[in-house]
Design a protein around this ligand. Structure first.
Ligand code: HEM
Length: 202
């Protein structure tokens, strides 16, 4: 069962991690960018933040899952370190951009606060994981990386929750506002339960 869930998680991570590539192939007005006001689109800092966010967010999601399988990690420790450094750099760039973009999020103050909180927690949990491993605390490093990836995985859960809520409520605007919170709060709860279970197993 654990293995099956890990495979499902990896498939979603690879698919949604590659999703930002649609911005290469699809005309921008037909993407999410078509939903932004002219004022936001003419803001150069927002535009740079957007592309930095989706490129590096995509990379973090695409590579991050590989860090969790203990067999792979024990066998290829050097690769684990290389992927880890890449993951952390990608999260730093993508999270800082996301915090900035969160201020301009569709849906007003409730979704703004939801995305900004997620961005801050994403940044802090990732940095905490780095600090713990530099101090040699492997258990805390693992626990904070579970929280960090639970935040990264919000990119997947957002795209699962949104169509479900939209089809139930027939209200895309309020569904989006709800999803700004729903895409990460349950993920952190699952991360907490995983850490608790792993703690009990240690
Ligand atoms: C985990 C922390 C994350 C936060 C706080 C965050 C935040 C945001 C925000 C605020 C927006 C703009 C929403 C709006 O203006 O209404 C956005 C859009 C977007 N984000 Fe993220 N994001 C996160 C993770 C990711 C990851 C890991 C990816 C990788 C695939 C990603 C890919 C995208 C894409 C592609 C868009 C454009 C919307 C779309 O085309 O569906 N995000 N994000």
């Amino acid at each position: 069962m654990k293995r099956f869930l890990f495979v499902i998680l990896s498939i979603f991570a690879l698919l949604i991690g590659a999703y930002p590539l649609i911005y290469v192939f699809v005309e921008h007005k037909n993407t999410f960018l078509g939903s932004k006001s002219l004022e936001v689109l003419q803001n150069l800092i927002w535009k740079i933040a957007f592309f930095a966010h989706i490129i590096f967010g995509g990379i973090s999601l695409f590579i991050g899952w590989r860090q969790f399988g203990s067999q792979f990690r024990n066998k290829y420790l050097k690769t684990h370190r290389v992927i880890g450094k890449l993951y952390v750099a990608a999260v730093l760039i993508s999270s800082v951009s996301a915090i900035y973009m969160g201020v301009y999020a569709n849906g007003g103050i409730v979704s703004c606060v939801g995305f900004v909180c997620l961005g801050i927690i994403w940044l802090i949990t990732t940095l905490a994981a780095v600090v713990y491993i530099t101090k040699g605390n492997v258990v805390k490093h693992q626990q904070f990386m579970v929280y960090s990836y639970a935040c990264t995985f919000a990119a997947v859960t957002l795209r699962v929750w949104f169509p479900i809520l939209k089809s139930i409520t027939q209200d895309p605007d309020n569904s989006y506002i709800a999803v700004a919170w729903l895409c990460w709060l349950p993920n952190l709860l699952v991360a907490y339960l995983i850490n608790k279970k792993n703690g009990a197993a240690n």
